[in-house]
Write a protein that binds this ligand. Structure first.
Ligand code: RB5
Length: 149
């Protein structure tokens, strides 16, 4: 699995920790920035990672900001992106099993690093259940189509 990863300054340290974690697990990733603690605007990095996942060059994305909220709202503006802001293990699992989330958003100022890395593991390993959840996810796509005209 190839993962696109990005953050703003508020999520930079967590992004770096996730990169090391992915390396240890032998999971391929590309870092779309930011590259330091200087203040930046999270929508730019959300868009880069969102577009990388939409292009299908990367199967999944992981985004970090201070709360996980701004960067997830932004990523969800890219058509085809289902980005879930997650701060607990159960939601991590359900965001994959029921919502087929293709981007995970985490908040460095919300979730401790140990839990955040556990969430990453669960989120990577959990598959989409499909069935009735597939119908619902398709209906999310229908909303995008309706408002893209
Ligand atoms: C940056 O200070 C902070 O607002 C950002 O990282 C994020 O939490 C926004 O949702």
């Amino acid at each position: 699995m190839k993962i696109a990863i990005g953050s703003d300054h508020g999520g930079y340290n967590l992004k770096e920790a996730i990169k090391k974690h992915l390396e240890k697990k032998g999971i391929e990733y590309r870092d779309f920035g930011t590259n330091g603690l200087e203040s930046v605007d999270y929508p730019e990095f959300a868009m880069k990672v969102g577009e990388a996942v939409k292009s299908e060059e990367y199967e999944r994305g992981i985004l970090c900001c201070g709360t996980g909220i701004g960067i997830s709202i932004s990523a969800n503006k890219v058509p085809g992106i289902r980005c879930a802001a997650v701060s607990d293990a159960f939601s991590a699992e359900m965001s994959r099993a029921h919502n087929n989330a293709n981007i995970l958003a985490l908040g460095e100022r919300v979730t401790g690093q140990g839990l955040a890395l556990k969430i990453v593991d669960i989120w990577i390993e959990t598959g989409f259940e499909g069935g009735r959840h597939g119908t619902r996810v398709e209906k999310i796509g229908d909303i995008e189509v309706k408002y893209s005209k």
